[in-house]
Design a protein around this ligand. Structure first.
Ligand code: OFO
Length: 167
């Protein structure tokens, strides 16, 4: 059975994962309208994965005697300035997610909930992968700059790239 502080912390994390999924879905749909089919495919997949991260938490909370709350979400942006700004936003968003995951881990230690602490380790390693991936993509985009041919190849490559971490 999880304690109330842990239940609340996990419910906040459910909302964060739902927000990530919604945010990346907005990015994917925007990329779709810009002819960036590879980028869009990558982001649709990433959005699906965030939904899996959310579901994994929902199941855990309910299995451990808590009650998962399905959150209401703000409307994400409909437009983005550029592919660069999309991935800059994504990277910043993931860094915030990492901080939030660390807060849940902190709460587990305070509450001496080692079962949830163990469960959260999957999310801790997932964040390492996600931040590394976003940083990698930003580095590539910095190299490409305004080169249209480079962007074309980048789009193709991203369409075939694996995202990370299906729950
Ligand atoms: Fe759920 O890993 Fe990104 O946010």
């Amino acid at each position: 059975m999880i304690s109330a502080p842990i239940e609340n912390a996990l419910n906040r994390q459910i909302e964060t994962e739902a927000r990530s999924s919604q945010f990346y879905l907005a990015m994917a749909s925007w990329a779709d309208t810009q002819g960036l089919s590879g980028v869009s495919k990558f982001l649709y997949r990433h959005s699906d994965e965030e939904r899996q991260h959310m579901l994994k938490l929902i199941h855990y909370v309910n299995e451990r005697g808590g009650k998962a709350i399905i959150p209401q979400l703000d409307k994400p942006p409909a437009d983005f300035d550029s592919v660069q700004s999309v991935f800059k936003d994504l990277f910043e968003h993931e860094q915030n997610v990492t901080r939030e995951i660390n807060d849940v881990v902190d709460a587990c230690l305070t509450e001496k909930d080692y079962t949830t602490h163990n469960f959260m380790q999957w999310y801790v390693s997932e964040q390492i992968e996600e931040e590394a991936m976003a940083r990698n993509i930003l580095d590539k985009l910095a190299l490409i700059g305004n080169d249209k041919g480079g962007l074309y190849l980048f789009d193709r490559e991203l369409g075939g790239l694996e995202t990370h971490g299906e729950g």
